[in-house]
Design a binder for this molecule. Sequence first.
Ligand code: AQP
Length: 326
Amino acid sequence: MKRIFSGIQPTGEIHLGNYVGAIRNWVYLQDEYDCVFSVVDYHAITIEYPVEEMAKRTLETGLILLACGLSPEKSKIFVQSHVPEHTELAWIFNTVTPIGEVERMTQFKDKAKQHRANINMGLMGYPVLQSADILLYKAGYVPVGEDQVQHIELSREVARKFNARFGDVFPEPQEILSMAPRILGVDGQAKMSKSLGNFIGVLEEEAGIWEKLRTAVTDVNRVHRTDPGDPNICNIYTIHRAFSDNSMLIEIDKGCTSAGIGCIDCKKMLFENLKKELTPIREKARELAANTDYVKDVLHQGAGACRKIADVTMEEVRRVLGLYRT
Ligand code: AQP
């Protein structure tokens, strides 16, 4: 069975971008692939974070993945720092990764601007650790949002460089994009992001979701209700694509381009569909929050299963590197 790896950072509230760009796709894919999914806490420490919150956020992120439909019967779900081989392999990959390649990564440039006071080696090495996350399990496929495609390209480069020098050990992973690989924030400007505060949370209460939706930016050229709009440049329509069926999309397209419906009508339709999909997730999350021992157990079992795979890969890697073994 072909293997998948993907991860999510415990950097805050999981939002619609994470959900439709990645997590919902993971849920579908776990029926067809051998899946490994991680809460990547070592990635999350590359920016300043509230230390006292990290453990709680990590557990909550695991809980949300389960609430969204990941199943421990189908997938291995674990916390990255519980499998130390991730950082061991990342160190080795540092020695085959050209500095120029990591310096040109868009995410590094963006994060360096956002966190000027702490541009650390970890921030720059983020995609090297990500390559290790994927290749430790020799995963061939990585379901991610569009923002991560450049990093997956780099992981192919890392695999090629390593294989060229030490022999054919790693596959070259391919990204798998969802049908909504890039959701903008409610500001309609930047990517919806935990750290930018422009998000709608998957577990947010309905009143909060509506308030954000109601005021969210649409097609900026549609100033008056009577102006026709262009769904192709409207972020609300992009979100509709992820939550609404074809007949509704056609209805909105027609209504928007002819000014037959207003933005608020369109948002109300989206709100109804969001409620349909997110309410069961919120309920499941509430159930799991009352039984965190179950979540802890899933993560514990997941880490155990992953350590076994990691151990085999690392033995092979240490051998091909020519390290002294007793
Ligand atoms: N706006 C988005 N649209 C589509 N996919 C998205 N993803 C993130 N934002 C969007 C995808 O979600 C997965 C997990 O992301 P992550 O937590 O590892 O890191 P991120 O991409 O940096 O997400 P955020 O929310 O923007 O976090 P912060 O603010 O902490 O940096 C990935 O597959 C990502 O592509």
